[in-house]
Design a protein around this ligand. Structure first.
Ligand SMILES: Nc1ncnc2c1ncn2[C@@H]1O[C@H](COP(=O)(O)OP(=O)(O)OP(=O)(O)O)[C@@H](O)[C@H]1O
Length: 306
């Protein structure tokens, strides 16, 4: 069994003069949950369509489960569970009929497994698809992606349209899939949706990979917001240029700054004076993510691009 579930090597996709994806290299390891994050139009769906051979790259290569998405498409699709961002099926069918039909295409799935997934997601299998809400249609999409217990799940914006309770059920399904040895590659534009379940995330913007890291390391990379109040005004010069200090402002007796790394130099400098109050908040991941989104962090401080 291959240890790399997905390997992208200098993959690019142009749509005419429009760039969908630019020189993207990335590896997803077997057995991990990988969050693929980026704002609207970043190139997430383009990447996923390339993995499924729904579109062809302009240059570069993709390997999925060690195989070529083009040459090995039929073999590969049986081993993959795919949820498209724009999942559409015949609305006249009942949800159960549709899933049984799709199960047949995948070589058959025990009916009890479809029923169990539907029950877990509270999906009515007797309802006609056209009568279902967007969220309930998305549940049909999730059942068809998970039902044949594929080695690799490729899910494009899987939580789209789901209410918070169902989102949690979905995240539990992902956690269980990982425990069963499946690999999950899921896209999202919201960090908080993937941070609870993803081992690693990649952030893309304008078709380019901005950073790849473990969720734990991304957290460690986030900086501290610090506010220190002194008994008497302090000279800013004593804090300017201390290691890791940015955005320093001293307003009379109040100092505010960001600290990247150890707070020790700032604490030692502050200790030369009488400190009356101190507040330090960790930048949350959503905030960090926003700096990547907007391009403010084009030079990641200590991340590794895979
Ligand atoms: N068929 C197409 N023809 C022309 N341009 C396209 C096509 N598909 C995508 N693009 C462009 O490629 C870029 C990446 O689009 P893509 O759909 O991959 O982004 P995304 O990250 O999935 O965004 P979203 O979250 O909005 O779905 C966008 O600028 C988009 O306009």
């Amino acid at each position: 069994m291959t240890t790399t579930a997905i390997e992208l090597d200098h993959l690019s996709k142009d749509y005419g003069t429009r760039r969908g994806l630019a020189d993207l290299s990335l590896q997803v390891r077997s057995g991990e949950v990988f969050g693929y994050l980026g704002p609207n139009g970043a190139g997430k769906s383009t990447t996923i369509r390339l993995l499924l051979d729904l579109i062809r790259p302009t240059s570069g290569t993709a390997r999925v489960l060690g195989l070529d998405p083009r040459g090995d498409a039929v073999r590969l699709h049986r081993r993959i569970g795919y949820l498209a961002g724009d999942f559409v099926v015949d609305g006249r069918q009942k949800a159960g009929e549709c899933l049984t039909f799709l199960a047949g295409l995948r070589g058959g799935v025990p009916a009890h497994r479809i029923a169990a997934l539907a029950e877990r997601l509270e999906l009515d299998l007797d309802a006609r698809i056209k009568s279902l809400s967007k969220g309930n249609r998305q549940k049909v999409g999730l059942v068809q992606a998970f039902m044949h217990q594929p080695e690799l799940l490729i899910l494009d914006e899987p939580t789209s349209g789901l209410d918070p309770l169902v989102q949690q059920t979905f995240l539990d399904m992902v956690t269980q899939a990982r425990a069963d040895g499946q690999t999950v590659f899921m896209s999202s534009h919201i960090m908080s949706e993937v941070e609870a379940v993803a081992d690693r995330v990649a952030i893309i913007r304008q078709g380019r990979l901005v950073t790849t890291d473990t969720v734990a390391d991304l957290r460690a990379r986030s900086f501290l917001h610090v506010q220190i109040t002194f008994a008497a005004p302090v000279p800013a010069a004593e804090f300017t240029g201390l290691p890791g200090v940015t955005d320093l402002a001293v307003d009379g007796t109040t100092l505010t700054c960001h600290i990247d790394g150890s707070p020790d130099p700032v604490i030692k400098a502050a200790a030369q004076h009488t400190v009356t109050a101190l507040r330090a908040d960790t930048q949350d991941l959503e905030e960090l993510f926003h700096t990547y989104y907007t391009g403010q962090a084009d030079q990641p401080r200590n991340g590794s691009a895979a």
